[in-house]
Design a protein. Structure first.
Ligand code: APR
Ligand code: PHB
Length: 390
């Protein structure tokens, strides 16, 4: 087989790239190691920056998102039990956000890719990238048969455990990493959410109330990394959540059985460069952010926006300017989100070794954020998403 671009991974990054390349007439094949049902069963974040909303709209992917997504503009942060600060991104910046789950986006993307007749090979095993520096080819096994595709470029969209990043020689790569000493226990519940996102810094640990749709809520509590979901029956989860948020908000929450429950560690990670010869990385393949701030999906979307534009310019105009600047341009945006997610994680969680000094410093930062409009503007600017470079 021969094609212009092989895309490894059909998560949000790989599938959006397929859609954008397909619309521009760039031939490509997507290789995904899991089944479609498996990818669709993964529950992940659900807050879209407005820039992401616009990218999806421009790509013709917004029909259901605009119908079912919840536009919102207020981020509430609770601290010291009962103090509350509220940041209205629309009032401060004229910009809003959209709550729309990654699972829905993935469904919309698969539907669009099917409708356009683009090829995703699911359950493609043992994917290997050869000669990424010059004339790449990709081998894999599907239905027990070994295949090989020669291509001009490989787009590594295969998440943090994929094969693309490590196809770049270690001598060329620089990795930046930070682990946090706790996880997030998350549940989905078919109950009405609070009207606004609520983050809480509480002495028992962080908590977050989020939403998917008018009858689907997403909640999280900080927990030790050694915990398993068996340690957290629903009753314990609800008690802990309601303790960590202010009483007037807790009174508004309707509890119910969880329909999904999982624990995820928090980690910051970035690998540079995001290009090696003919291999380009996008999304979680190149970087991981902790979920505080909901940047992971948005970064996957902005990387792919830059990368699709670069491939399209190469094929349609013979112009490699965007291909050549991809790694630097994408990394600049990645580090904006990397820094913001790290600082929000530091601001809102209880660390096991936290001193009274650390706690006072955290409280002071929250107090400053609650009283300073310029601090709120800086926060909102990063929360709703830093601008895309043209
Ligand atoms: N071969 C083929 N496919 C692979 C391989 C491989 N060796 N390794 C991983 N994959 C697939 C995974 O099965 C997954 O479907 O690549 C896909 C990567 O998808 P994601 O992990 O969702 O990453 P990405 O598309 O970059 O989306 C980032 O997802 O993890 C969240 O918070 C993150 O919201 C962000 C978004
Ligand atoms: C979510 O809705 O899952 C969510 C919202 C905000 C975050 C993280 C996750 O910061």
């Amino acid at each position: 087989m021969k094609t212009q671009v092989v895309i490894v991974g059909a998560g949000p990054a790989g599938t959006l790239l397929s859609h954008l390349l397909g619309r521009a007439g760039v031939s490509h094949v997507v290789l995904e190691q899991q089944s479609r049902a498996y990818v669709l069963a993964r529950i992940r974040a659900g807050v879209l920056e407005w820039g992401s909303v616009e990218i999806l709209r421009d790509a013709g992917l917004a029909e259901r998102m605009d119908r079912e997504g919840q536009v919102h503009d207020t981020i509430n942060i609770a601290w010291r039990g009962s103090e509350m600060l509220s940041i209205d991104s629309h009032e401060l910046l004229g910009r809003r956000m959209m709550a729309y789950g990654q699972t829905n986006i993935q469904e919309d993307l698969y539907e669009a890719v099917d409708a356009a007749g683009n090829t995703i090979i699911f359950e493609a095993h043992d994917v290997q990238i050869s000669d990424p520096a010059r004339r790449p080819s990709v081998t894999f096994v599907a239905n027990g048969v070994s295949e090989r595709i020669d291509c001009d470029f490989v787009a590594g969209c295969d998440g943090s455990h994929g094969v693309s990043r490590t196809a770049i020689p270690a001598s060329v790569r620089t990795e930046f990493e930070k682990d946090y000493p706790f996880g997030w226990l998350g549940i989905l519940s078919e109950t009405p959410p609070l009207p606004h996102l609520l983050y809480a810094n509480h002495q028992r640990g962080f908590a977050l109330c989020s939403m998917r749709n008018p009858m689907l809520s997403r909640y999280y509590v900080q927990c030790p990394l050694t915990d398993t979901i068996d340690d957290w029956p629903d009753d314990r989860f609800w008690t802990e959540l309601l303790t960590r948020i202010p009483a007037d908000k807790a009174a508004l929450i309707e509890t119910g059985p969880s329909i999904e429950k999982s624990i995820a560690p928090l980690r910051s990670f970035a690998s540079e460069p995001m290009r090696y010869g003919s291999l380009f990385l996008a999304g979680d393949a190149a970087h991981i952010v902790p979920p505080t701030g909901a940047k992971g999906l948005n970064l996957a979307i902005s990387d792919v926006h830059y990368l699709a534009r670069a491939f399209v310019d190469h094929y349609q105009r013979g112009d490699d300017g965007y291909l050549d600047s991809y790694s630097e341009m994408a990394s600049r945006r990645v580090w904006g989100a990397m820094r913001f997610s790290w600082s929000l994680t530091m601001l809102l969680h209880r660390f096991p070794d936290m001193s009274d000094f650390d706690q006072r410093a955290q409280e002071q930062e929250l107090y400053h954020l609650s009283t300073s409009q310029s601090a709120q503007i800086a926060f909102a600017e990063q929360y709703v998403g830093l601008p895309l470079e043209v």
